[in-house]
Ligand binder design. Structure first.
Ligand SMILES: [Zn+2]
Length: 305
């Protein structure tokens, strides 16, 4: 009965999305840099707060429910205003809080690919999220608000007397809009969902063949601290392990590409355990389609499930 009750409560929380979020307390990972781990049960991503001389930069606003939590939390960490809010990519669990931040006076910022992905996939995904999530519904907005400012090319830099923050696009991995945040002095890398810590990958919008190569570029920066889009913080092993998992999975599917999809059997090595789900069929199907078509999975017609 106890267990049943817990399950029912968990289901209610998941369904409402904001009923009782239990995001973790902020962790100071370097002077003026906080890792803000969102409540996975509410669907929230991780966020990062970076303190500049006169203002704050927030990486990933997450869903509106998490944005409201962050708006309570951040003034306890620093009295400076949030000037920039960076979307690492277009997915709802990272970017759907945008409108609340611009209303509060911040400038939302992203690689141009984020705006392009929103043009490609929205407002259908926003409408689907409204069906499921009270925090999205409560905004009474017809669509996600795209980033106000975008950068093209590889890099956009914010710099002041104490800190440099590099916003990087290294290529198409998790999505075509993937942006990384790199603090070169502190050697801190924020990866969004290009690297996650745990079995939390989403492959629908990806270029799976290219993704590990992009992660290779990220690892080559030499990060000492890696702050992923989901899961706990760590070191460069989050980036290299994520790349190895994707490479192993891709190779395993490719080795059996002449079989019908339902006959594929994939067993991954132990080194991939952190990213391996009990049921890998969705990942396998996406990679199978990518290899068969010769085109990135994210360029094929697909739905967000
Ligand atoms: Zn994502």
């Amino acid at each position: 009965m106890h267990r049943l009750l817990r399950t029912v409560i968990a289901l209610i929380i998941t369904a409402s999305g904001v009923a009782s979020a239990q995001s973790l307390p902020p962790k100071l990972v370097a002077p003026g840099v906080w890792f803000l781990e969102g409540d996975a049960h509410a669907g929230y991503c991780n966020s990062i707060l970076i303190e500049m001389d006169t203002y704050l930069v927030l990486v990933d606003p997450s869903y509106p429910g998490r944005t409201r939590e962050l708006m309570d939390e951040i003034p306890k960490l620093s009295p400076k205003p949030v000037k920039y809010v960076f979307d690492t990519h277009a997915h709802g669990d990272h970017a759907y809080g945008n409108a609340l931040w611009t209303k509060a006076g911040a400038t939302t910022l992203a690689y141009v690919g984020v705006r392009n992905e929103m043009l490609r996939y929205e407002p259908q995904r926003w409408q689907a999220a409204m069906e499921k999530r009270e925090d999205v519904r409560a905004l009474h907005e017809p669509a996600v608000q795209p980033p106000m400012q975008v950068f093209k090319g590889r890099k956009f830099v914010l710099r002041d007397s104490h800190r440099e923050v590099d916003f990087l696009h290294l290529g198409w991995g998790h999505t075509q809009g993937d942006g990384y945040v790199w603090l070169p002095k502190e050697k801190i890398l924020c990866t969004g969902d290009a690297a996650v810590n745990g079995p939390r990958n989403k492959l629908w919008d990806a270029n799976v063949a290219n993704w590990p190569k992009v992660l290779g570029k990220a690892a080559a920066l030499g990060p000492k601290i890696v702050l992923p889009g989901h899961g706990a913080a760590g070191g460069v092993e989050i980036v290299t392990g994520q790349a190895t998992f994707l490479r192993d999975l891709y190779a395993a599917v490719k080795a059996q590409i002449n079989l019908p999809l339902n006959q594929l059997k994939v067993t991954l090595p132990q080194r991939d355990a952190n990213w391996t789900r009990p049921d890998m069929s969705q990942h396998i199907g996406i990679i199978y389609a990518e290899i068969k078509s010769g085109k990135p999975a994210g360029s094929l017609p697909h739905a967000w499930q």
